[in-house]
Design a protein around this ligand. Structure first.
Ligand code: PLP
Length: 474
């Protein structure tokens, strides 16, 4: 017997927005989120139902069901959850890159998080001198810390290191020339390119030497009446190897000083401690660079320093004073949250023996391969048991990277899990599943495998990681 098709819904059966808003079903949601937001979500829900009704896609029974209590609640809950997914989401960084620019670079230490939260919820002496009872200097505390830690005469801070370089060039070399080695005209992440920054700052770039070799005489010959300063730029994200020659900081400083000019060094990452002491590749520190004769050094807050986004300028007091007088300084200044976090991070450097425990960046960078391998061994069995038969997962040695352009060639011995799949497209599908987890997991795909480097999985987060992994059932 042919079944009669269900009766189509009629638009007149759609309840009014007002009626739904008055229904007891929604009162708890209105209490929790306010009438304005629930009205907005309800209105778009009704609009969808109206469109599906006019398209004849809903039976009268479907529509009736959709506007009844539980289904309506579920729909609004889903809309709230969809909004929440647009917020920044915590992730598991198993890429092996510790300072991952796309994932927000350095993680802040507890001390900084507390300091920020305190400063956010109470008035603070940000620009107030409590002793004298009058206006104070916003940068004074950070300046004192930077000077104490680096031996600099003076210091100032701005929003990021790109801003620091722009400000330094605009303050000291507007409409004048800056001499830079051709091998150091770096581009960092697309938008920051030394020649472009020079132009924006109003400075004229004078490139000297060749891509692979630059000699002291190249600098000496380039200096003229319009020269404002000599500049050295840390190559950061690339390396020139083979038949190369570079004028070191001390030699550049000597040339600059012979001509009465300052030497500025953009260190990029800028470390305040000797990384070699932690088994990491050597990186020139800010204090070494100043001691070698640099008059100004600029560096990032959220790279090797392990702090918030910031750009720090340290060096000669007269140059810092000129920089602070530039109106651009005010435009590029750091916000309160960043400033407070930076102070807290710098303060940790006063107790260097404890730094590798307290500062997440250094803690992660200095983890040994043995430690990471033991963790991988621990995690392997429960991870394996949640995976389908056509996937295989095994322990594998890996190489982590510092990231953010610091020491691009340095390979930190690490370990993790290597996942392969016999099905075509299986790996990409699996990687997508991992990104869809409540706390998305990001690995690295290469050589027909998905590599999960465990360097950045802190032991405290293991249980949470495993709990959501077990729910995978790939
Ligand atoms: C990273 C870097 C910058 C930019 O620093 P941000 O803090 O990211 O703005 C500038 N110069 C060099 C050499 C760098 O490595």
């Amino acid at each position: 017997m042919p079944r009669t098709p269900p009766a189509p819904a009629s638009a007149s059966a759609l309840p009014s927005l007002d009626r739904l808003l008055r229904s007891p079903t929604l009162s708890a949601l209105i209490q929790g989120h306010g009438r304005i937001r629930i009205t907005r979500l309800l209105r778009s829900h009704l609009q969808v139902l109206r469109e599906r009704t006019s398209a004849g896609q809903l039976s009268a029974a479907d529509l009736q069901h959709a506007i009844e209590g539980p289904a309506l609640l579920a729909a609004i809950d889903a809309a709230l959850a969809a909004d929440a997914r647009q917020d920044l989401q915590p992730m598991f960084n198993l890429t092996g890159t510790v300072l991952h620019t796309n994932l927000g670079r350095a993680l802040l230490p507890e001390a900084a998080v507390h300091a920020v939260s305190r400063a956010m919820t109470a008035p603070v002496d940000l620009e107030f001198d409590i002793t004298r009872g009058r206006r104070g200097d916003r940068d004074a505390r950070v300046q004192a810390l930077v000077c104490e830690l680096t031996g600099a005469e003076a210091a100032t801070v701005v929003n990021n290191n790109a801003a620091a370089v722009l400000l330094l060039l605009n303050s000291l070399a507007n409409r004048r020339e800056v001499v830079v080695s051709r091998g150091e005209l770096v581009e960092i992440g697309g938008a920051f390119r030394i020649p472009d920054v020079m132009r924006s700052a109003g400075a004229r770039l004078l490139e000297v030497g060749t891509t692979n070799r630059t000699h002291p005489a190249d600098f000496a010959h380039a200096i003229g009446t319009r020269t404002a300063l000599l500049m050295e730029v840390h190559a950061s994200n690339y390396a020139i190897t083979g038949f190369t020659a570079k004028v070191d900081t001390a030699a550049m400083a000597a040339i600059a000083h012979q001509h009465g000019l300052p030497l500025a060094v953009d260190l990029g990452s800028g470390s305040l401690c000797d990384l070699a002491a932690y088994g990491l590749p050597h990186e020139p520190t800010v204090q070494d660079t100043l001691a070698a004769g640099a008059d100004l050094v600029s560096f990032s807050g959220d790279k090797l320093l392990g702090g918030p986004q910031a750009g720090i300028l340290a060096g000669r007091a007269d140059l810092i004073a000129r920089i602070n007088r530039n109106p651009l300084k005010r435009a590029l200044r750091m916000d309160k949250m960043g400033l407070v976090a930076l102070e807290a991070v710098l303060a940790l450097y006063r107790e260097p023996e404890l730094l590798a425990q307290r500062l997440p960046t250094l803690r992660l960078l200095s983890r040994t391969r043995q430690d990471i391998e033991a963790q991988a061994r621990r995690l392997l069995p429960p991870m394996r048991s949640a995976m389908a038969a056509d996937y295989s997962i095994e322990l594998a040695p890996m190489h982590s990277q510092i990231g953010s352009g610091a020491q691009p060639q340095a390979q930190l011995a690490s370990a993790g899990l290597r996942i392969t799949c016999t099905r075509r497209g299986g790996l990409d599908r699996f990687a997508r599943r991992l990104r869809q987890l409540p706390q998305p997991v990001l690995g690295r795909i290469g050589d027909d495998a998905l590599w999960l480097d465990l360097r950045c999985l802190e032991p405290d987060d293991e249980a949470r990681f495993l709990a959501q992994w077990s729910a995978l059932q790939a």
